[in-house]
Design a protein around this ligand. Structure first.
Ligand SMILES: [Zn+2]
Ligand SMILES: [Zn+2]
Length: 156
């Protein structure tokens, strides 16, 4: 996949000390296993102070994930601040890379549609958030019944 680059360098500050970028689309090169889709934009301000450029900004938008328990797709709004800087010797920085890293650190590795998500039934695959199938309970009951009948047999 082609990575988007967003280079900010000392050359951008020949005439100004401040650079403002507002609501630009951000193409996030994401891991399809975790993030199913992303609609993101970013804003930042870069300020030059002598030999250092400091950048503060945020990335906002929506991302969709697959719940790691019930496999349902769900959307989540995100708003992630980021900060970085570079010196005159370093000369430039790829802000897109900084944003990408910030997003990766902040997104859940095991996304949950809801922190109380009940997941899928291990017997029939039913989504237990939508209806209760009692399969797991049934198996437990059958196990107890079988055990009980064995005990009764021993008694006889
Ligand atoms: Zn879920
Ligand atoms: Zn079930």
């Amino acid at each position: 996949m082609i990575m988007e680059k967003l280079l900010v360098s000392f050359n951008d500050f020949k005439k100004v000390n401040k650079l403002v970028v507002r609501n630009e689309k951000f193409l996030f090169d994401y891991d399809k296993e975790i993030v199913k889709s992303a609609d993101l934009s970013f804003s930042f301000e870069a300020n030059k102070y002598d030999d250092v450029v400091g950048i503060v900004g945020k990335v906002v938008g929506t991302m969709s994930f697959e719940c790691s328990r019930c496999l349902k797709l769900f959307e989540q709004k995100i708003e992630i601040p980021f900060e970085c800087s570079f010196t005159k010797e370093e000369f430039e920085i790829d802000v897109a890379e900084e944003i990408r890293e910030t997003i990766i650190i902040n997104i859940p590795m095991q996304p949950l549609c809801n922190k109380d998500c009940k997941g899928l039934c291990t017997v029939c695959g039913n989504n237990k958030n939508e209806k209760d199938c009692f399969c797991e309970q049934k198996i437990k009951d059958e196990f107890i019944a079988e055990k009980w009948s064995k005990i009764k047999k021993i008694k006889i």
